[in-house]
Write a protein that binds this ligand. Sequence first.
Ligand code: ATP
Ligand code: MG
Length: 147
Amino acid sequence: MGEDKVLVEIEREIVGGDFQSAGDVSSELKKVLQQVGFPPSFNRRIVIAAYEAEMNVVIHAYRGVFTTQIYEDQVHIEVDDQGPGIPDLELAFQEGYSTAPPHIREMGFGAGYGLSNMKKCSDRLEIDTRVGEGTKVIMDFFLNSEE
Ligand SMILES: Nc1ncnc2c1ncn2[C@@H]1O[C@H](COP(=O)(O)OP(=O)(O)OP(=O)(O)O)[C@@H](O)[C@H]1O
Ligand SMILES: [Mg+2]
């Protein structure tokens, strides 16, 4: 059971529409991953996926909780939000599909690549969403899948 020990656990609130703090959780995670000493390529894909999930709460939801557990050989991330949910997941995963309004696009978001990026960067991605309630994103990253 030794290899299942949690090295670091982080739990942070994400506030919808708060572009001042947007990205802070992923930045904090990046520092922690560097301290743990994982290979840069492993950290990079975790931070990209975490950032996309964090920004989706800021842009599309009202609030969320970001939780991560870092193990010796694995990183687990859950982002659980209260928000509108995603009515059509298959459509949402299509590159270029976005419901972001013009004022969000003016800030440089809403290209519609976040979910496909999360899929590419993670080793396991699960999305549990209920329209009118919210969305939960679960991602796992396995160190042994690094070349
Ligand atoms: N947490 C969420 N809550 C509600 N809807 C979401 C959430 N995450 C994604 N979506 C929906 O799925 C669509 C696609 O998401 P995706 O992250 O791929 O693109 P985007 O956020 O619109 O743009 P980008 O990520 O490129 O800035 C969003 O436009 C939105 O309609
Ligand atoms: Mg997005």
